[in-house]
Design a protein around this ligand. Structure first.
Ligand SMILES: Nc1nc2c(c(=O)[nH]1)N[C@H]1C(S)=C(S)[C@@H](COP(=O)(O)OP(=O)(O)OC[C@H]3O[C@@H](n4cnc5c(N)ncnc54)[C@H](O)[C@@H]3O)O[C@H]1N2
Ligand code: MOO
Length: 470
């Protein structure tokens, strides 16, 4: 690839994206090679990391501590200051209530039948002798209609969900009566004797009493929760603001899926991974961007987008460019106190996902994940997911179970291994190898085995902690 090709790489853009790289800017950047470490230092006019650079030799941070640090960073960003918003119920799934929901009506709103059957007065079915009593069918009471009064000696055909006829206090399923099937009005119906009052009757207010708090503030709006809001007649709910997220991928080698790909290039997996990983949370992805390994390009993106007013993100999630290479664009730029008021690039005692970074740029948090696709995904799962749960109130925490592993497992000294696995309800099996590039194998996983540090293999049959994925 020559320099002209490289300038094309520099214009990779993922939609939606503003114009970040002007060809003229690129042309002026290309000589000297922008990836040469010296050229890079020359471009910035500053040397290697000053603030928050890699803490070489420092002990690796624990997974829990780093998840906590991500949550703390989020809390210090603009999101907690954003106002709650009213949104239509049909767009509320996955959002989190900013205010409790108080019922204005009873649920059920009226006493109704739980079965298709005959509404009767239980007292009228008392019998001195015999197993049945004979009543006369009344006019049917369908759902959605106000029924007539139950007359003495009557059994009123009542449908599931129909209001109970006044005077009736029990429902006898039609299949328990004779003859089978509903009888025309006036015809005799044989009903099993001794019905108890309340049988198959759903009293008004049994589920919810008008005036009661039905859903607490902070409740994630699941299918059931939006269902109960709808049952209460609500068309809108007041929810916590969605977290506005900017996604940033990096690397000269990365091109968008389907774009022309050079012989040393790969398609971008991480933008898709991050977008999907965030989809379970009350998050709005406000832009997905890509920069090559070019400090000036990232600086220019930060200048244009971090304070982009209405379009600004509350959080940036980046992938790649943070480890020990010569062209680590994210680490180099964000380690500059002129670009970021806070940054730290460190190792977490976890594999995959060891290299990690955090930064604050003009008050906006940056969570910097490692570039290997499995590392990006596992990092999002282990750090972003819990932080979103802690700070935003959703998505719900993952379930962790302890079950025997079907395979031998190979821990690492000093680092927790996050092993891609498949849980079928009775056994957990490892899928694919341990490498952080093995994304196709990871796609078969529905669980992660959290394997603590260790020196010796863990034999099959040993109990392991398994984090279940949705
Ligand atoms: N000397 C050292 N080298 C490396 C270390 C280390 O500790 N010392 N750590 C390794 C580990 S572990 C990881 S993970 C990676 C993390 O590196 P970066 O975050 O700087 O990521 P890159 O170098 O930019 O990329 C790593 C890898 O991932 C591919 N990649 C990057 N972006 C994408 C994307 N959007 N879609 C698909 N694939 C992507 C990239 O081509 C590289 O293969 O560092 C190790 N090295
Ligand atoms: O820690 Mo890296 O994330 O193994 O690939």
């Amino acid at each position: 690839m020559d320099l002209a090709d490289k300038s094309v790489t520099g214009r990779i853009r993922h939609a939606p994206v503003p114009t970040v790289y002007e060809p003229t800017t690129l042309a002026s950047m290309t000589p000297p090679h922008p990836h040469h470490p010296q050229a890079s230092a020359g471009t910035t006019g500053k040397g290697r990391p000053r603030t928050g650079g890699r803490s070489h030799g420092a002990a690796a941070r624990s997974i829990e501590d780093h998840a906590g640090a991500v949550a703390d960073l989020l809390r210090r960003g603009p999101w907690p200051e954003r106002e709650a918003q009213w949104i239509p119920l049909e767009r509320a799934t996955g959002r989190v209530l900013a205010r409790q929901v108080v019922a204005e009506v009873d649920l059920p709103p009226f006493t109704n039948s739980q079965m298709d059957g005959y509404a009767v007065s239980a007292a009228a079915t008392a019998a001195d002798a015999g197993a049945t009593v004979v009543l006369r069918a009344g006019a049917p009471a369908p759902a959605g209609h106000v029924p007539a009064q139950l007359e003495p000696g009557q059994a009123v055909p009542v449908m599931t969900g129909a209001p109970m006829p006044p005077g009736a206090d029990a429902v006898v399923p039609v299949e328990e009566c004779e003859p089978g099937g509903f009888q025309p009005a006036g015809r005799p119906v044989r009903i099993p004797a001794g019905q108890s009052a309340g049988r198959f009757v759903r009293p008004a207010g049994e589920d919810v009493r008008a005036g009661a708090s039905v859903l607490a503030e902070g409740t994630e709006l699941t299918a059931q929760a939006v269902g109960v809001c709808a049952s209460l007649g609500l068309r809108e709910v007041l929810v916590r603001p969605a977290l506005r997220v900017g996604i940033l991928t990096t690397g000269d080698e990365v091109v968008p899926p389907g774009a022309a790909r050079g012989p040393a290039q790969i398609f971008d997996a991480n933008a898709a991974i991050l977008r999907a990983a965030l989809a379970c949370a009350p998050v709005e992805v406000v832009g997905s961007f890509h920069v090559p390994d070019d400090d000036a390009a990232l600086r220019s993106l930060l200048r244009e987008r971090v304070r982009a007013g209405e379009r600004a993100a509350d959080l940036w999630v980046t992938s790649g460019g943070i480890s020990e290479g010569a062209f680590e664009v994210v680490r180099k730029v964000l380690s500059d106190p002129g670009a970021a008021e806070f940054s730290e690039f460190l190792h977490v005692a976890m594999q995959p996902g060891g290299p990690q970074g955090l930064a604050m740029v003009e008050g906006i948090p940056f969570v910097c994940l490692p570039g290997n696709p499995v590392s990006t995904w596992v990092s999002a799962e282990m750090f972003l997911h819990p932080a979103l749960n802690t700070v935003l109130g959703g998505p719900p925490p993952r379930v962790v179970i302890r079950v025997p592993s079907a395979d031998d497992l190979h821990p690492l000294p000093g680092r927790t291994r996050v092993v891609r696995a498949h849980w079928d309800g009775s056994a957990v099996r490892r899928v694919g190898g341990y490498g952080s590039h093995l994304l196709a194998a990871a796609a078969r996983a529905n669980a992660l085995i959290i394997l603590p540090p260790g020196a010796d293999p863990v034999p099959a049959g040993s109990e392991v902690a398994v984090r279940l994925l949705p």
